[in-house]
Ligand binder design. Structure first.
Ligand code: C2O
Ligand code: CU
Length: 472
């Protein structure tokens, strides 16, 4: 059974209006001291995901909380994090979207050994790009770990941050919660979900809470760092009258442009940075709602009752560029990546660990229902090997009846339109529609072994994963 609607289990109108508005302004460090070493403990804990009248939910989280600590660094800093595993299962941390040194990418069995219960691992890496990134486990079957709450944000500040009055994070997550207010663990690993849209939740949280209120004054300029850590849901966010500018995609700056009528669409793992001028009457509010079904208000910017100030006259300037290179023209070398399988288009057969198996055996004995280029699960050979600096296009062909949000590790990429011209902005994750194809281009400039996989984590676990290597 899949629950595909979002509910606030006991929505109390005015809960937030009465409560003191919470400021999400993030302190900006005055000195360029590198952060950490921070010890992140992956362990069981509890979180108040539901309204305060309802029980706390048992979760797994970094420091026992969901989301985990917000890690903040400056562009070029070294980040030092020690992961301590206090779970009963192996884990790792992947730093999603960071163009990181391969040994620090956190992919179990590809870039490091999984961190066993009771063990620790030192992550030390520099952050080349400013932007909005996040972290989460990356072991086989990390879906359940992310789903239970293991994730957090890593924000890298620009040397010269844009002129805003508030810098706010909005981390969206959906959870599958049972009548008892606890995570529905019985359905974790359910093959039916894996063969369909993935594990969709029935409760939406922002920053681990039922509702998030952002306090501002009329006329303020607000930066919103919108992040999806949903396992499977493609979010559609409506901003009402706000009409924010989009200033970054997946952590990388893009020429500021208005969202327009929206909605803002965010596949699993994607991020969008927005800047908005909250022009309104004192005491007014700007709701932000998930609108893929019945509009569901998840957060709001609430204006102070006091007098505001005149909004800025100019649109926000572009964020300072990051040192990323991508091919502007479509590279000649094009690698095909064909997605197949899933409900209503079940695999006839696929390769698994070097053997061709029929679809039924793959599903019943190995929990595999998807394939990339006819291989279910990690192939022994890479999708491609590139020389360092080589431009490569990957033509992603979705031969299934579901959308897939494909993530590339260690690199950002450009997306080409049908005429082969690059679309504005860079991404590390792109949603490919059912029965459609998308061609991306990257410069393979980060040596090592890197995954490409569907970030609908149940799809990944059920076969949609591969890797490529960049040779020095
Ligand atoms: Cu966000 Cu391969 O991961
Ligand atoms: Cu998928």
């Amino acid at each position: 059974m899949s629950i595909d609607f979002l509910s606030r289990r006991s929505f109390v109108a005015g809960t937030t209006a009465g409560a003191a508005a919470l400021t999400l302004g993030l302190p900006r460090r005055l000195l360029a001291a590198p952060p950490g070493p921070l010890v992140l403990e992956a362990r069981p804990g509890t979180a108040q995901l539901l309204t305060t009248e309802e029980p706390a939910t048992a979760i797994w989280g970094y420091q026992g909380g969901a989301p985990g600590p917000l890690i903040r660094a400056r562009q070029g800093d070294e980040v030092a994090v020690t992961l301590t595993n206090r779970l009963e299962v192996p884990t790792t941390i992947h730093w999603h979207g960071i163009r990181i040194e391969n040994a620090m990418d956190g992919v179990a069995h590809l870039t490091q050994a999984p961190v066993q219960p009771g063990e620790r691992f030192d992550y030390r890496f520099t952050v080349p790009d400013a932007g909005t990134f996040w972290y989460h486990p990356h072991v086989h079957g990390s879906g359940p770990q992310v789903d239970r709450g293991l994730s957090g944000l890593l924000i890298v500040d620009e040397a010269t941050p844009p002129d805003v009055d508030h810098d706010v994070v909005l981390q969206f997550d959906d959870w599958r919660i049972g009548q008892d207010g606890q995570i529905d663990t019985a359905s974790i690993g359910n093959l039916h979900d894996a063969a369909h849209a993935g594990r969709l939740g029935n409760v939406l949280t922002v920053n681990g809470k039922d509702f998030e209120t952002v306090a501002a004054k009329a006329g303020d300029r607000v930066r919103l760092r919108v992040v999806s850590s949903c396992n499977a849901r493609i979010l559609q966010l409506g901003f009402g009258d706000l009409d924010p500018w989009i200033v970054a995609l997946d952590g990388q700056p893009v020429a500021p442009h208005r969202l327009g009528a929206g909605p803002l669409i965010l596949g699993p793992a994607q991020r969008v940075d927005l800047i908005a001028d909250v022009v309104g009457e004192p005491g007014g509010r700007f709701p932000i709602a998930e609108v893929s079904g019945e509009p569901f208000e998840a957060t709001a910017i609430v204006l102070d009752a006091g007098e505001g100030s005149a909004p800025r006259a100019d649109p926000p300037p572009a964020l300072s560029a990051n040192p990323v290179s991508v091919p502007s023209a479509k590279p000649e070398r094009t690698v095909d990546l064909v997605m197949s399988g899933g409900a209503m288009a079940f695999l006839q057969e696929a390769r698994f660990e070097g053997e061709v198996l029929d679809g039924r055996t793959l599903a019943t004995e190995h929990g595999l229902v998807w394939a990339l280029n006819g291989v279910a699960g990690m192939p022994e050979k890479p999708l491609f090997s590139a020389r360092i600096g080589e431009p490569v296009a990957v033509r992603m062909v979705n031969d299934t009846l579901f959308p897939h949000s494909m993530h590339v590790h260690g690199h950002h990429f450009v997306i080409y339109d049908d005429a082969g011209a690059p679309l504005p902005g860079l991404r590390d994750t792109v949603t490919v529609d059912p029965r459609a194809e998308t061609t991306i281009g990257l410069i393979a400039d980060n040596p090592g072994k890197w995954m490409i996989h569907c970030h609908m984590l149940e799809h990944q676990a059920a076969g949609m994963e591969t890797w490529f290597e960049v040779l020095i």
